[in-house]
Design a protein around this ligand. Sequence first.
Ligand SMILES: C[S@@+](CC[C@H](N)C(=O)[O-])C[C@H]1O[C@@H](n2cnc3c(N)ncnc32)[C@H](O)[C@@H]1O
Length: 347
Amino acid sequence: MASFSERVSSTISNSLVGLAVSMSWEVGIFQALLDTEVPLTSHQVAQAKGLKERYVRELLGCMSVAEFVRIVEGEDGTFLYTLEEEAKKALQSRLAALLTFPAVLSSTYSSVKECVFQHGPAGHSYSDRVQAFFDNFLEYDAPLLTSAFLENVPNLQTKLEQGIDVIEYGAGQGQLSATLASKFPNSHFVASEVVSSLVDKSRTRWDHISNLSFSLDDACSLQERPGHEFDWVFCNNVIHDLPDPVAALQGIKRVLKKPEGVFTFLDHAFSGSPLKEKGNLDVARYYATGTFLCIPESYQREESLALGPCWGKQTSVGMLQNAGYLVEVVTLDKARALFICHHSKET
Ligand SMILES: C[S@@+](CC[C@H](N)C(=O)[O-])C[C@H]1O[C@@H](n2cnc3c(N)ncnc32)[C@H](O)[C@@H]1O
């Protein structure tokens, strides 16, 4: 294994290059290279995107040394930049949303640092920038997550085709609910959020979808709705972010039709132990994400559990069972799992 100094040094290099990747994406340098079939000079990239050439040249220097951009020397000694076909394809996938991650995390750095200190605030809510980042991911993820639900939850597709009542908690700007509502016009969907500005944005954005409505709810204090329970409750990337996930799981049970209702959510299902995950940088990345995003979000109340994304499969399944659910966990990829929950017979 590389020495401590080598590993820290390479992590710092990767972090700094990551920031430059974010910047190159956000100001349009990658886009300029995506839009062309011929290699471009830094002047041409700068001109195409209304940028200062000196900054573009520095960023392209970084991107080409890191081998994200191909560099060749023209006959007159000028450097020319282009993207490999593989890179072009990747930049049109989910990776495009990921490219802004370093910039998004760094935008939270100062305020999170305040929170870390004993005398500082416990947490703070997601900024508009962070919320926009989640929404951007859903541009790519909504179809994928829709398939994950339909392929793994028994009879869900048939029920949705026939017409059922559905609610999504912590829906952000409602993109996942909107995707499902458009696909299943016989069912009625509610996109619910605790942040009123997100409810307003959803309403404006998806007003044209007649079987989708919007609601302002704190998922941690859901009350019974006799006769108006939901057939399907779902969420994506929400439960570990809640200040009181136990109350939320109990509340969701109250609003879920009995006995046939199903609650499904997508979340992380790592081991929950930094010891067991030792050396796994994919998981280390989620502890970092937890520090800058999930912990401050959920820790807005001092008494919050502040689980973080690495809360662990054992913890999540235990919590669900204690709340009275029968749980099945389906692993979707390295980082995500689908939790399928039914009322247990005893409750
Ligand atoms: C990580 S974001 C995920 C947003 C969206 N589901 C997605 O897939 O992009 C977590 C969401 O949970 C919402 N949230 C946080 N606390 C909540 C609460 N107590 N009740 C309902 N939603 C909550 C946040 O406002 C935020 O939109």
